[in-house]
Design a protein around this ligand. Structure first.
Ligand SMILES: NC(=O)c1ccc[n+]([C@@H]2O[C@H](COP(=O)([O-])OP(=O)(O)OC[C@H]3O[C@@H](n4cnc5c(N)ncnc54)[C@H](OP(=O)(O)O)[C@@H]3O)[C@@H](O)[C@H]2O)c1
Length: 285
């Protein structure tokens, strides 16, 4: 296999599915991931019909770190078997959880899917990406992070929980991780980015909520842009050479300053070290 391989999580719907189509059009070999077996198979077959054989999907529910780790192993075995090489990881899978949900591993679900799984997958795939001439990680961020602050040593929600607060905190942590990975590992051939898609008309909230959040989102999302527009920033970042992408936060294909909080070096470093500690069993086993 001679093509550049892109792994994209949450590629069965919304922005991720559209990004997968965009990358296929650009000539990437796309490895997508989904969580539902039937839906994932259907998406894979449909993409093959429209874009040819340069696509392969894997299944993993990324609310559990053991699944994220297994996904990494499965994808790595596939890449080795096909003698390909990985150039791009897009951490796109994301969720909005209305009701506090603690996973069997003890993590709050929003944080697990939107922040901890991207942290883990980034670290597991980084050695492969750093061998590439243009290795990139693109994290799907959100402008909701601008309104958030986080306690860098606190990882589970005790007591009060509000879905939107959990969501925006998870996206702030993802933005801080992006800054920290660049400050530790950025090189001429390796960089980490946030693609902020803007407000996009998808069903992300309806998937986990039938209550007030769902009603609010069904009205709010009408003002959103299309999934094609929402995916355009990730595809743009995937296509451009690293040398022409000097910033780490891009909104609708243009550089933008992330929140002041997310750029605080000591807070980013503290959060990074604390996250490594709580994920040590999955990073190292
Ligand atoms: N929509 C917006 O306005 C907006 C704005 C800023 C950022 N974002 C971010 O953009 C990303 C994509 O969201 P979207 O709006 O396109 O939503 P979406 O249509 O619901 O797509 C989310 C994707 O993630 C997958 N996913 C959800 N939970 C998962 C889990 N536990 N394990 C594995 N995969 C999981 C979904 O699988 P299924 O197909 O099985 O549901 C789907 O493929 C998310 O990170 C979101 O936070 C969205």
């Amino acid at each position: 296999m001679n093509k550049s391989i892109a792994v994209i999580t949450g590629a069965t719907d919304g922005i991720g599915l559209e990004a997968a189509k965009g990358l296929l059009k650009e000539g990437f070999f796309v490895i997508g991931t989904g969580r539902n077996i039937d839906k994932t198979k259907m998406v894979e077959e449909s993409l093959k019909k429209s874009y040819g054989e340069n696509v392969k999907y894997f299944i993993a529910d990324l609310s559990l770190m053991k699944n994220a780790r297994q996904l990494y192993k499965d994808i790595t075995a596939y890449i080795e078997q096909s003698r390909g090489s990985l150039t791009l990881l897009i951490n796109n899978a994301g969720c909005y959880v209305s009701k506090k949900t603690i996973t069997e591993e003890g993590f709050e679900k929003t944080e697990a899917v939107n922040y901890l799984a991207p942290f883990l997958l980034s670290h597991l795939f980084m050695p492969q990406l750093k061998k590439s001439e243009q290795g990139k990680i693109i994290n799907t961020g959100s402008r909701s992070h601008y309104k958030a602050t986080v306690n860098c040593t606190k990882f589970t929600y005790k007591g009060f929980y509000f879905g939107y607060f959990a969501y925006r905190k998870s996206k702030l942590k993802l933005t801080m991780m992006t800054q920290e990975l660049n400050s530790r590992y950025c090189a001429d051939n390796f960089r980490v980015y946030i693609a902020d898609p803007g407000l996009v008309n998808t069903y992300i909230v309806q998937k986990s909520s039938k209550g007030i959040d769902s009603i609010f989102w069904s009205m709010r999302k009408r003002a959103g842009i299309t999934v094609e527009e929402g995916a355009s920033t990730a595809v743009f970042l995937a296509k451009q050479p690293i040398s022409s992408l000097p910033y780490h936060y891009y909104y609708l294909c243009k550089p933008k300053n992330p929140s002041k909080f997310s750029q605080n070096p000591s807070k980013c470093s503290l959060l990074y070290e604390e996250t490594k500690k709580i994920l040590s069993a999955y990073l190292n086993d």
